[in-house]
Design a protein. Sequence first.
Length: 420
Amino acid sequence: MLKTILAFIVVFGILVIVHEFGHFYFAKRSGILVREFSIGMGPKLFWTRRNGTLYTIRLLPLGGYVRMAGAAEDEDDQLQPGTPISIMTGTDGTVNRINASDQTTLFNGIPVIVTKADLVDELVIEGYENGDESEVRRYPVDHDATIIERDGTEVLIAPRDVQFQSATLWNRILTNFAGPLNNFILAWLVFAIMGFTMGGVASNRNVISGTLADTPARAAGLRSGDQITAVNNHRTDTWQSVTTAITGTDKKTLTLAVKRAGGTHNVTVKPKISQVNGKKVRTVGIKRGLDTSLAAKLFGGFWSTTTMLFAALGHLFTHFSLNDLGGPVAIYANTATATQAGWSGILYWLGFLSLNLGIVNLLPIPALDGGKLLLNLVEAIRRKPISQRTEGVITIIGFGFVMFLMILVTWNDIMRYFIH
């Protein structure tokens, strides 16, 4: 149990850090203010501030985020009239720190009731100082002032020039795409390391390297070097097509067209049925070959897993089932399985999840990176930006959909892995 928990935290942490660092890096180089880089969700456990960014580790290891000034998910820290705040000023009278939270107190802070505030364009606060309503005081605000928000988080204010929408369209596209890109790079690196350390990668040829003991394939006389060219008269040119044809069938017996020594003959096998993740899976006990070429070691694992994931995604759209989706519960359950295989299992699981995260994030769903890229494309076609209000509404709708789906998936995972 402890090993699984540690593996889950490490794998999830690496995925989040790598993904969010992509957004972070390109935002920084584009001149966008990154107000917070968070690992995890919920209450803050640890935090530090460097170069204007607040770095936090939060309680729940269920994701993370890069909070960019002016982006749809960034809080509006404009101060409404009547808001009680306290401020600190420099020797020139310019405000350099604002406290809008009742959870903390500024030592020697000046209490002010806001009558007007603009922390984006004018950089000014007006209000009654020390409760004196006979005079409205006006305070200029420093461009790099900080504000303590209602929940006690202290971040830099977000003037117009450092906001997300002020960056060029190209830089915003790069910033949105960088998270999935980093996931693809991590997945490629993991699969390449596995390819070299294991001496090769699983071949996608439809040729078996042998059979497992006490299996239908062994009983039917299949042996190393046999090429399965068809399953129940359905042509199988790759290993993936062979396994798909076997596991996806509902037939009690299978007829395999087997090419051996220049000739082809039919072999009849009765697949073994087992339960995997709550689903019935048919297997016959054939072993996959190993491709030891340099190209396979470098790219084979990445390419074969990508192909498999796109095939699964296509099947999901044509035959939707919650059992084909998985949330944190499913990730934890499969992490437990991966840890049983040792470091190779954990590495493969890390690469698989990273690639999966990159692909899913590029789906054109609002609140995901793909949805943001779609809005960038619309802006490029219209030749003018979508209003922040419209983008915010679209993002909220998308976020609500994603959260609703996540609740359904999580409940389904609990039923699959822990109750049934």
